[in-house]
Design a protein around this ligand. Sequence first.
Ligand SMILES: NC(=O)c1ccc[n+]([C@@H]2O[C@H](COP(=O)([O-])OP(=O)(O)OC[C@H]3O[C@@H](n4cnc5c(N)ncnc54)[C@H](O)[C@@H]3O)[C@@H](O)[C@H]2O)c1
Length: 320
Amino acid sequence: MAKTNQSGTAGSAGNNNDIYNIVLLIVDIVVLVAKFWIAIVEEVFKAFTTRPQSNVAGQFVLITGAGHGMGKEMALQYGALGAKVICWDVNEQTNSQTVKEVKQAGGTAFGYVCNVVKREDIVELAAKVRKEHGFISVVVNNAGIMPCHPLLEHTEQETRLMYDINVLAHFWIIQAFLPDMVERNEGSIVALSSCAGLFGLPNLVPYCGTKFAVRGYMAALAEELRLKNPQTNVKLTTIFPYMIDTGLCKNPRFRFPNLFKLIPPQEAAASIIEAQREGLEEAAIPRRFVAIEKIGRLIPRKAMRLVNDFLDTGVDSDKH
Ligand SMILES: NC(=O)c1ccc[n+]([C@@H]2O[C@H](COP(=O)([O-])OP(=O)(O)OC[C@H]3O[C@@H](n4cnc5c(N)ncnc54)[C@H](O)[C@@H]3O)[C@@H](O)[C@H]2O)c1
């Protein structure tokens, strides 16, 4: 009889527990649905309003590949905004020229020669820079190369070099500067992906691989930071430029040059800085390309290929 009572009590406790868990689950679902719609409304609202831009005056901004192209233009424009620019490039002459021009325009800049292929050099130089200047607020992983020909014509050496510069160097640089940012709960990391990180393009098979990799690791890192600290103030911005007139893209091909044309590096640099200062997670240049990629993914591939063939825009091989 006593046995029956005990199991009866255990049974009703179990039932209470089940009811409690079901109520908890229902509350969780209601909270999720409410937060989900609030987040959507917030993001739609943000899309139609001007976002405040963070102040970079007096802060240290480190740019790799500052000797030429978008890196150089970013150095000049960050300098004009009052930031103290730290220029890294493998090319001492062009890097020094950038530093000189930032200073001539009344800004502050420091130049360092760095081949980002060499991890030991990055680690050593990062320690030196942190010792000399302290906290680096913004790090822009910009240096990149773009050999452009069919996959079967790519050598092992150039393929490995592309991954070293376009992807692996980013990891070594982030590992050097992110810990300070996490500790202070502030700072920005900007990574140059490309439209070749949104769309697969002929003649750019390994390059697309590197730029999709940038997109992937930045998305994963954002999740790591968010789960570690849901209130994180460390911003990650991935940039997807279309073709920019720096000379990197040697043989661009356009059927409709009025619709798709080379973008001046000054304009691209301004767009990158704006995205960083607004704390955008992803920004294409022009901005509409991220939306086009998202819509493109909903459309069957066969249909999208017809549109791509009609537009006939891309890059021809640099070997012919
Ligand atoms: N130009 C474009 O059309 C375009 C489009 C999309 C994305 N991007 C990306 O934007 C970034 C900048 O492109 P850009 O057109 O301004 O390039 P760029 O060729 O004009 O300048 C690149 C700079 O990086 C430096 N660099 C190259 N290898 C290096 C190394 N091992 N160590 C240190 N510095 C090195 C070069 O010396 C040069 O100063 C790249 O990552 C590129 O892939 C460019």
